[in-house]
Design a protein around this ligand. Structure first.
Ligand code: AMP
Ligand code: MG
Length: 472
């Protein structure tokens, strides 16, 4: 294992020691991921996966960062995560590997640093489902029961998740550096981020501007992908937004069933700050906080620096709209571009909202006429829209087969349905992991439209609103 992050000034981390797990038992191991990382599956024993033993070359640390949490600025840091180091993969990538739920660190602020089994299984299921959907994300290597109790409202079984990401550098890491007001530290962090994620721009005169521009582009593309599958992150604080453009921090996230831009699942998001329809705007706000941290590096003259930052920030909306519209075209089987495509897409969404349509299943039904068609497909508004859509589809040079092919590749048949995730976790908590294994298997091929998926496509029949919780 390698430790390039630890070469940064010491203020960026604190050494950390995982808490002893009394009787570790691995309950989930992602062999495919292990292989792609170049890890020997035999070496991934319970002692290593719970943090009792350290892999060769590991130098465990907790990373320092700050963040705007629901709009309020706070100094933070890994309170229940420990970075073991970086793995250099066979394909030449450098990947962070760390533990979550392995006990307190210098940044725990009175928290116990622990995690219960349920939430760690949840992160595993949803992060791996996101990966299978083709969305940039941190990944989950394993979940290991520690044998220790975790005290929440009840006493729960403790677990450690091993997670990986192309790095855990966050907007909040830059906010931390900027808040400390040591210009050399900020510059070292920015140079490190460039070297790690955008090495091509390192030699450019305006490399810090390009850093900002690249992060904006990746985040705009990521947000478009979230919107196109109905993923609601739930806690888009600046400390949960990466420089790499990957999704991290699977806490109160969930997928939307019924299409409604006002959808919120997180129990603490009472004002709907992070509701589905707000996500792109929040990302843009977070990126403005990122841009502010870079001002000292963008130009000596701060007025000039602000202009550079504003020019880059203005691109977020354009990139997001472009990526979103191209994604919608693919979802509707359109392989070329026409001026009315945006209107056609938005009209469908309006009809879906009125019909209280299931987001995923609407596109699934458009993609495969053999699956059960929603009742509202026979209503006038939809029939009118469908005529326009069919006309539009015929206006392209692509064949109808090609059109259906792109739809199948762009409209998942299955997503991690909330009741399915809960059902799998509950069975696992009672010792039966078969439900979870089956769910993970189905979610691994979301675009396959296979027979075995049909049961997993149904939304819940409960009318009770679904609630999710952070930091549990
Ligand atoms: P999150 O909402 O998961 O992004 O967490 C926000 C902050 O709270 C991060 O700095 C976490 O490390 C910290 N945190 C969450 N849960 C715990 C816990 N059980 N013990 C210590 N710190 C925690
Ligand atoms: Mg976090």
């Amino acid at each position: 294992m390698n430790n390039s992050y630890s070469q940064l000034p010491e203020v960026f981390f604190a050494e950390a020691t995982p808490e002893e797990a009394t009787s570790p038992k691995v309950v989930l191991l992602n062999k495919g991921l292990a292989e792609s990382l170049g890890l020997e599956v035999e070496e991934l024993n319970p002692e290593v996966l719970c943090g009792n033993e350290l892999p060769e070359g590991a130098a465990p640390i907790a990373q320092a960062y700050a963040g705007h949490q629901f709009g309020n600025f706070t100094m933070l840091g890994d309170g229940r995560a420990i970075l073991l180091g970086e793995q250099l993969t066979p394909s030449g990538d450098r990947v962070d590997i760390g533990l979550k739920g392995s006990g307190p660190t210098a940044f725990s602020r009175g928290g116990d640093g622990l995690a219960a089994l349920g939430p760690m299984l949840r992160e595993y299921i949803i992060s791996e489902a996101m990966h299978a959907l083709g969305i940039p994300t941190s990944r989950s290597l394993s979940v290991t029961l520690t044998g220790n109790d975790v005290h929440r409202e009840n006493i729960l079984p403790g677990a450690v998740l091993v997670r990986t990401a192309s790095s855990y550098l966050r907007v909040g890491t830059f906010q931390y550096a900027a808040a400390r007001q040591v210009p050399e530290d900020l510059k070292e962090l920015a140079d490190y981020a460039i070297e790690r994620h955008f090495p091509d721009i390192a030699s450019q005169d305006n490399s810090y501007e390009l850093l900002l521009g690249n992060v904006i582009e990746r985040q705009a593309a990521l947000l478009a992908k979230w919107q196109l599958v109905g993923f609601i992150h739930g806690v888009m604080n600046t400390d949960n937004m990466t420089i790499s453009g990957e999704t991290i921090d699977y806490g109160p996230c969930a997928f939307m069933d019924v299409y409604d831009p006002a959808t919120v699942f997180s129990s603490i998001d009472v004002n709907g700050r992070y509701k589905y329809g707000n996500q792109p705007g929040i990302a843009s706000w977070n990126l403005a906080r990122f841009a502010e941290t870079l001002l000292p590096l963008l130009d000596e003259n701060q007025d000039e620096a602000i202009q550079i930052a504003e020019k880059q920030l203005a691109r977020f909306g354009n990139v997001f709209e472009r990526e979103w519209l191209n994604g919608m075209r693919a979802k509707l089987g359109l392989l070329d571009e026409q001026p009315l495509d945006e209107a056609l897409s938005k009209e469908l969404l309006l009809i879906m909202k009125d019909a209280q349509a299931d987001f995923t299943n609407t596109f699934r039904a458009l993609t495969d006429e053999n699956v059960e068609q929603p009742v509202w497909f026979s209503e006038d508004a939809f029939c009118e829209w469908k005529k326009k859509w069919e006309t539009r589809r015929k206006q392209q040079t692509a064949t109808i087969e090609e059109s259906y092919e792109i739809m199948r590749l762009s409209n998942p048949s299955v997503i991690p349905r909330n009741h399915r995730v809960e059902e799998a976790i509950e069975a696992a908590e009672n010792g039966d992991f078969s439900v979870l294994h089956k769910l993970n298997q189905v979610l691994a091929s979301p675009y396959s439209y296979s027979e075995e998926q049909v049961d997993y496509t149904k939304p819940t029949d409960s009318s009770a609103p679904y609630r999710t919780y952070c930091g549990t």
